[in-house]
Design a protein around this ligand. Structure first.
Ligand code: SAH
Ligand code: SF4
Length: 356
């Protein structure tokens, strides 16, 4: 076991069989070593900095029907909403005033937000705040759409691959295509976005082999960002009775992702904080280096329920900002409110480059 961990630390890769062996044989001691290697690796690339992104969940309307997700179109119990352009801008105003220079605009696959509408919103944000980075997370769209939004000023795009196992993917995504999802990720990379892939841990039917495939997929794609969170069953979905993922299993995958893609931007996800009050702190200590506090208006926060009991739905944005800040500092890290670009995308002049 120690040999496998040392090899991973040294080479940043293992074979599928080796990953499965590692996952099967990790002792509590082995986990500690793994987290330590992951933390060292993250510090080698980003120091002690934890990058903050303000998350704006601007629509919970979705045409897709992913089995695990509370926003799936078949869930008739959702109070659907769409923020107006001005409401979205107001979120960025509040975020900017709080110090955020990185915003994530996320929604279901809501096609009312066309190329024209979303480009207009991105342009307006960039005109008002030229020094911010904008990340989009609005699902699978056409190459033309992705290009137009990149030209409008979107810097990054999050599209988790969800699982790199085609059969598992197909069983969870009726009417969707695994090939199209992967193709979208390649298209986004080609266009020049900083791209985020990622997966859920604890999906029904997910095996160590599947998780090994996720890590190898990430190693091959080399995304700039990697979102990993536990699957949390939602009571109004077909997977209501499933067991879901655990914090421990997810931490192991976060740490492994850090070692397989050493310079990735890796968020300590809200889902981790939902399962465990200090889940995000644990993720930071296992190699994560990003947090994404919610900036959406209070009135809609509870309605954006990918899963239930999501944390921070009742808190003012200013409160969230200070709460997370305290947690980061208490964990021994340093807050970075800058754009938070991946090392390969940084300008020479970015003051955050130097960790000497
Ligand atoms: N519609 C876009 C973005 C919003 S969903 C998309 O699907 O890409 C954002 C992420 O939430 C998904 O990628 C999925 O990994 C995660 N998610 C959805 N339902 C979840 C659940 N029940 N538990 C944990 N994560 C979930
Ligand atoms: Fe829609 Fe995204 Fe939920 Fe799938 S995961 S149903 S695409 S919001």
């Amino acid at each position: 076991m120690d040999e496998l961990l040392a090899k991973l630390h040294r080479t940043n890769c293992l074979t599928k069989d080796e990953i499965v062996e590692l996952l099967g044989g990790l002792t509590p001691e082995g986990r500690k070593t793994l987290y330590r290697f992951a933390d060292e690796t993250r510090q080698a690339h980003y120091g002690k900095d934890v990058f903050m992104r303000g998350l704006i969940e601007f629509s919970n309307i979705c045409k897709q029907d992913c089995l695990y997700c509370g926003l799936r179109r078949s869930n008739g119990g959702v109070d659907r909403y769409r923020l107006t352009e001005d409401e979205i801008l107001a979120c960025t105003d509040e975020g900017y005033a709080l110090g955020y220079r990185s915003f994530v605009l996320q929604s279901g696959e809501d096609f009312r937000f066309t190329e024209e509408v979303l480009s207009g919103i991105v342009r307006r944000i960039k005109e008002r705040y030229p020094d911010v980075a904008i990340t989009l997370s609005v699902g699978e769209r056409s190459e033309d759409f992705y290009r137009a939004l990149h030209e409008a000023g979107a810097d990054r795009y999050l599209l988790r691959h969800e699982t790199a196992s085609r059969s598992l993917y197909d069983s969870l995504h009726p009417g969707m295509s695994y090939d199209n999802r992967i193709e979208c990720l390649h298209t986004l990379k080609r266009i020049g976005y900083q791209v985020g892939a990622g997966f859920m841990v604890g999906l029904p039917g997910q095996t160590p082999e599947h998780l090994a495939e996720d890590l190898l997929f990430l190693h091959e794609l080399q995304p700039e960002m990697i979102g990993i969170g536990p699957f949390i069953p939602h009571s109004s979905t077909p997977l209501a009775g499933a067991a879901g993922g655990t914090v421990e299993d997810t931490l192991v995958m976060v740490a492994l992702a850090r070692l397989f893609v050493p310079a990735a931007m890796l968020p300590a996800t809200t889902a981790m904080g939902t399962l465990d009050p200090v889940g995000r702190e644990k993720a930071l200590k296992a190699g994560a280096n990003v947090v994404m506090p919610i900036l959406s208006p209070l009135a809609v926060r509870e309605k954006y329920a990918l899963y239930e009991n999501k944390i921070c739905t009742g808190d003012e944005s200013a409160h969230c900002r200070h709460c997370i800040e305290m947690r980061i500092v208490a964990s021994g890290y340093r807050i970075n409110l800058g754009r938070g670009d991946h090392v390969a995308f940084r300008e020479e002049t970015d003051p955050a480059v130097n960790f000497a």
